[in-house]
Design a protein around this ligand. Structure first.
Ligand code: ATP
Length: 499
């Protein structure tokens, strides 16, 4: 059952935690041209330009001013800022700048994200800026075998190369090959428990991206484990205590946590053991959708939803579009059904956790490259993923929570661009949906109607497509049961799937 927190609660509720009540307002900062950002290491200017960054977004300026300069990283930073507002660079840039003066290579910054796709996306940002200041970035996401990952992360023992080295010197050598590691919790835990030489002992920065999602799931207790391992033995983890490194002192572990829907739940946030936290919030409200996002609702009967979707996609004329359904089964059923409509003027594909990782990756790449126009999937695609030029999001099934709406809709209208989110609703869902949008501080949602005759012309094909769909699902179920798969059979699916 959903908690009040997941449902979103009233958008203006006063947070329980005192430090959340008077945040720094990100909206009070203006964008800042790259050349004018105070104290920016000049070596970083070129790579930023290569990334197409001419001016920093307000969240990046706000985070920079709170982390660089006098009192740098004295407080843990919590950022609540809309989807697509540029949160990745808001933490990547200060971390790279702070580590740019490091003398010895060892793991100093750890960024944890919920999925591999997201982690790889974030690694790309670090890869673009870190090497110019001599920093090396690694990933622990399970994209390659654990052995390959280990060899990319850990230096081979010096003893093997130089047997004459004395014991003490060997022990002093940090073994990690990377300064910054971007990880998913599962693979991170694998390395913590199994990889020799993998150490968090020298960690200075811990970033928990998509914090609310990361805190909702325990992922083998990764967070308490990381926090425990980053406490130095002589430290009783009080704020401001310095962490030692072979006689040289380094600042305490600084944390940055962020989301477009940051939790306000004290019991969840307490897991992070934040020290003297500072909240950077966009505006006065708890949630915000991107300024240039247009929301539309389409009211239609369940049985006409697939046809209405086709008509809407025809209207969008092959523009890139993400379609969200409520379950993997629903996505599969919908995409299989669309296959039985001939000559659709758009290319579409399913994107589902039931597919192999390699298939999913190829599909996402094809979508990014524009070889596929429409991707049909679930909330797995909703968090953090950035696709250039994506202007349309369609909620084929109404999102269950306001947070879900924010993350799904937030795949478009990113980085100051405009975009539209269409939501299909049944009549009885309209009231709940309007209420949900109010929580997202989005009170203007126009009704979008589709030409009835366009829907009607598709009806004859629909009947035969539906028949073929049932046959296809039956045959899939038979194949699966022959293979001994315990998946629910097609007739069971029919009851649970909503087309
Ligand atoms: N200063 C900038 N100028 C131009 N583009 C930028 C700038 N900063 C970030 N971007 C681009 O904006 C897009 C969105 O950035 P990012 O993915 O960091 O957003 P986000 O706030 O983390 O979104 P989400 O909450 O959905 O994860 C990216 O394509 C990024 O390259």
């Amino acid at each position: 059952m959903a908690t009040k927190e997941e449902e979103g609660g009233p958008s203006s509720r006063v947070p329980h935690l005192p430090w959340m009540r008077n945040p720094v307002d990100i909206d009070s900062f203006s964008g800042c041209p790259v050349a004018h950002l105070p104290r920016l290491d000049p070596r970083l200017v070129k790579p930023l330009q290569r990334m197409g960054i001419e001016s920093f977004f307000p969240v990046q300026v706000a985070a920079w001013l709170e982390t660089i300069g006098p009192g740098a990283f004295e407080r843990d930073i919590c950022i609540n800022s809309p989807t697509g507002s540029g949160k990745t660079l808001a933490y990547a840039l200060p971390i790279v700048q702070m580590l740019a003066t490091r003398k010895v290579r060892c793991l100093r910054a750890l960024v944890v994200l919920p999925t591999r796709d997201l982690a790889l996306q974030v690694k790309e940002v670090f890869d673009a800026i870190a090497p110019v200041v001599g920093l090396s970035v690694g990933s622990a996401v399970g994209q390659s075998s654990i052995a390959d990952e280990v060899s990319n992360l850990i230096e081979k023992s010096k003893q093997g190369l130089f047997p004459s080295l004395d014991e003490e010197y060997i022990q002093m050598e940090p073994q990690t090959k990377v300064d910054i590691l971007v990880a998913t919790p599962g693979r991170l835990m694998d390395h913590i428990s199994m990889t020799k030489g993998f150490s968090l002992e020298h960690l200075q920065y811990l970033v928990v991206d998509e914090t609310d999602r990361m805190l909702r799931e325990a992922y083998q207790s990764w967070l308490p484990t990381v926090i425990q391992l980053t406490r130095s033995s002589d430290q009783n983890h009080s704020w401001g205590v310095e962490r030692g490194f072979k006689g040289k002192s380094f600042p305490r572990l600084a944390k940055i946590v962020l989301s477009a829907t940051l939790t306000q739940d004290p019991s969840k946030l307490s897991q992070l053991e934040l020290q003297h936290p500072l909240l950077l919030n966009s505006g006065k409200k708890r949630y915000r959708i991107p300024t240039k996002l247009q929301s539309y609702k389409l009211v239609c009967k369940s049985n006409l939803k697939p046809l209405s979707l086709i008509v809407l996609l025809q209207e969008l004329r092959g523009e890139k579009c993400l379609v969200f359904t409520s379950s993997v089964e629903s996505s599969h059923r919908l995409s299989t059904l669309l296959e039985f409509f001939e000559d659709l003027p758009f290319k579409f594909s399913e994107y589902s956790r039931l597919q192999r990782e390699s298939t999913r990756r190829k599909t996402l790449d094809a979508f990014k490259e524009g070889k596929i126009d429409v991707l049909i999937g679930t909330d797995r695609m909703a968090r953090g993923i950035h696709i250039d030029g994506l202007r349309y999001v369609i909620n084929y099934d109404m999102p269950p929570y306001v947070k879900t709406y924010i993350h799904r809709a937030g795949r478009t209208a990113r980085a100051g661009e405009s975009g539209s989110c269409f939501t299909f609703l049944r009549k009885h869902e309209v009231k709940a949906f309007d209420k949900m949008l109010k929580k997202a501080d989005n009170s203007s949602c126009s009704l979008h109607s589709l030409p009835e005759e366009s829907v009607e012309t598709l009806r004859p094909v629909f009947s035969s497509a539906l028949k073929k769909l049932e046959e296809s699902l039956e045959s899939e179920a038979t194949k699966k049961s022959k293979l001994g798969d315990k998946a629910p059979n097609a007739s069971k699916r029919k009851r649970t799937i909503n087309t």
